[in-house]
Ligand binder design. Structure first.
Ligand SMILES: Nc1ncnc2c1ncn2[C@@H]1O[C@H](COP(=O)(O)OP(=O)(O)OP(=O)(O)O)[C@@H](O)[C@H]1O
Ligand SMILES: [Mg+2]
Length: 254
């Protein structure tokens, strides 16, 4: 099957520090890709490159029919901007902390992008937002403000808000790592449901047990390189010593 996500030969430096080296992977529609690796290994930079929040020096990023070859991008500025916009429209991003608009209600947060950015009909966007809130277990809370919600609820609104833009792919960067331990489960459970509904997900997570359950593909990054890759067996029977050491530390900590 044709891959929905294709990343090829991604190279990214900050100043003279190279943080991604020849990163490659593909993901088919409906699959879950888990990125893990030590702090500073480049996981966030991979996600941000998929969404063109970072501009790699070279390499190809393609999601669906939108792509940019960063090694030889369109030279015409307007063409490049269109390509960036097209690629961004295909993914939604969920960060460690939700960054909801504090002065908007839950519903306001969900319909802002669809109505203001995508120009969708407010009634249609509102109906879609209510459905998404139901999906993340928050129907009835549409009029609450973010400060009136728990961290886990806020993060679930963050997921619903990303989905409200109808992306083809959802990118999640450590979606539970800023939460109190007792709130982690409710957010992981929402992500499990998305995986079961065949959303295409790319997740950075240190929740190894969760990752074992949902991962179709695992990429272990170390020093900006994909040091090991495979299916969920990478999490149970890693071949590389550095993957083994990393997982042992994670399981100890958890
Ligand atoms: N905007 C930036 N400017 C300079 N250096 C950066 C920038 N963003 C990231 N880096 C560096 O790039 C490297 C990779 O960072 P990245 O955030 O991708 O790692 P990570 O694997 O997500 O780490 P963590 O697990 O701590 O979130 C790190 O050495 C980091 O310091
Ligand atoms: Mg990170």
């Amino acid at each position: 099957m044709n891959a929905l996500i294709q990343v090829q030969g991604l190279e990214k430096s900050f100043g003279d520090q190279q943080v991604l080296r020849d990163v490659d992977f593909t993901a088919t529609a409906g699959t879950v890709t888990v990125l893990l690796g030590p702090s500073g290994s480049g996981k966030t930079t991979v996600l941000r490159s998929l969404n063109v929040l970072e501009t790699p020096e070279s390499g190809l990023v393609r999601i669906g029919d939108a792509s940019i070859d960063f090694g030889s991008p369109p030279t015409d500025k307007a063409t490049y901007r269109r390509a960036v916009k097209a690629l961004r429209a295909r993914s939604g991003m969920v960060f460690q902390s939700h960054n909801l608009f504090p002065h908007k209600t839950v519903l306001g947060n969900l319909i802002e992008g669809p109505v203001q950015v995508q120009g969708r009909d407010p009634e249609e966007a509102t109906a879609a937002a209510r459905e998404l809130l139901d999906q993340v277990g928050l129907s009835g809370r549409e009029d609450a403000y973010p400060s009136q919600l728990s961290g886990g609820q806020q993060q679930r609104v963050g997921i619903a808000r990303a989905l409200a833009l109808k992306p083809e792919v959802l990118l999640l960067d450590e979606p539970t790592s800023a939460l109190d331990p007792e709130l982690v489960g409710e957010v992981l459970s929402v992500i499990r449901d998305l995986a079961a509904e065949n959303w295409t997900l790319v997740i950075v997570t240190h929740e190894v047990r969760f990752a074992r359950d949902v991962a179709d593909q695992v990429l272990f990054l170390d020093g900006g390189v994909v040091a090991e890759r495979g299916g969920a067996e990478v999490l149970t029977e890693p071949r590389e010593e550095r993957t083994q050491r990393f997982l042992a530390r994670m399981l100890d900590a958890g």
